[in-house]
Design a protein around this ligand. Structure first.
Ligand SMILES: Nc1nc2c(c(=O)[nH]1)N[C@H]1C(S)=C(S)[C@@H](COP(=O)(O)O)O[C@H]1N2
Ligand SMILES: [Mo]
Length: 312
């Protein structure tokens, strides 16, 4: 197995890319399996030379600079641990993510239980640099490592009746203090329409910045759907179920008027308590305009003929 670089999904990297990115990539590659030095160099060097300022390569555009590693692993939403964004790295540092299983079932021909090792061995891990927009009005740019969810779904053979996919986070209240707060209907649940789940942008991520996911970022496996508000990016998944009807999702069940099932990033549909027209990119001072579908226009056909206002 190797991490593949897919130029189609590379946002321009920048000067603020962590300096140890190349070293950390090597470490992760070693962990997930052997890779030849040649493949590694071919996969990783151009962007890093660019970061280092090689004059023969185009300069970084800077528009979508990678978020600083410390911010991406330190400024966190993970309510199972805490409602505060800071200090979750510390609270989660001993959270055990090995052994880990993901049960995939429901309306499928071949239900399967995957260990995380099965997943890493079976699905080629690739790097994709995506924008991430939180419904609260801030955003980041993260180099994920993962693979398209569509590959795993194809392997379990969805039945024709399957129309949606539901996801569930692990439930371990003794290890996740936030799950003792019964104001929330734990476990955290999320869902997608099957065609959204099959869209090539939709990833199951196992790493970021070339390293395995940290516990606070959703180790060992989490969802990434870059055109939706990031609460859809459910962390530490243990169950994936294909179903006929729209699944119950946690934020939607708590506050349906604030957090829709679709949750597509849309500057024209405000949250009832704040505008969604602009966002604060972590690491920048000026706010920037929010883009429809977070700039991922290729997903527009999924919503043709559908109101994005009533289906918020
Ligand atoms: N299980 C679970 N998944 C979750 C959350 C959570 O609280 N619990 N928070 C969501 C929200 S609101 C955001 S913005 C992203 C944050 O991901 P990050 O902390 O890795 O940046 O995770 C999402 N996934
Ligand atoms: Mo969020």
């Amino acid at each position: 197995m190797r991490i593949k670089r897919n130029p189609k999904y590379d946002l321009p990297a920048s000067e603020i890319t962590p300096r140890d990115l190349y070293a950390s990539r090597r470490r992760f590659l070693k962990q997930v399996g052997a890779v030849s030095a040649g493949a590694l160099l071919a996969a990783c060097v151009p962007a890093l030379e660019n970061v280092a300022g090689d004059p023969t390569l185009p300069p970084p555009i800077g528009e979508d600079a990678l978020t600083d590693y410390a911010a991406a692993t330190g400024y966190i939403n993970y309510y199972e641990f805490s409602f505060s964004k800071e200090g979750i790295d510390e609270l989660a540092k001993d959270f055990v993510t090995k052994p880990w299983q993901v049960e995939v079932g429901g309306l499928v021909g071949k239900p399967q239980v995957f260990t995380i090792e099965d997943i890493l061995a079976r699905y080629e891990q690739e790097e994709r640099i995506y924008r991430m927009r939180c419904v609260e009005g801030w955003s980041m740019v993260i180099p994920w490592v993962g693979f398209p969810l569509s590959k795993l779904l194809a392997d379990v053979e969805p039945l024709p009746e399957a129309k949606y996919v539901g996801f569930e986070t692990v439930y371990r209240p003794d290890d996740m203090p936030g799950q003792k707060n019964d104001m929330f209907p734990w476990p955290y649940l999320e869902g997608l329409r099957l065609d959204e789940a099959m869209q090539d942008l939709t990833l199951l991520a196992t790493g970021m910045y070339g390293e395995p996911l940290t516990p606070q970022n959703g180790a060992p496996i989490r969802l990434v759907v870059p055109w939706k508000y990031a609460f859809k990016n459910i962390k530490s998944i243990v169950k994936i179920r294909l179903v006929a009807d729209k699944p119950v999702t946690m934020w939607n069940s708590i506050a349906p008027q604030e957090y829709g099932f679709y949750a597509n990033v849309n500057p024209d549909v405000d949250h009832p308590r704040w505008s969604q027209a602009s966002e604060r990119r972590i690491g920048e001072t000026e706010r920037r305009s929010t883009l429809l579908f977070n700039g991922y226009d290729e997903v527009a056909p999924l919503y043709e003929g559908m109101s994005l206002v009533s289906n918020y």
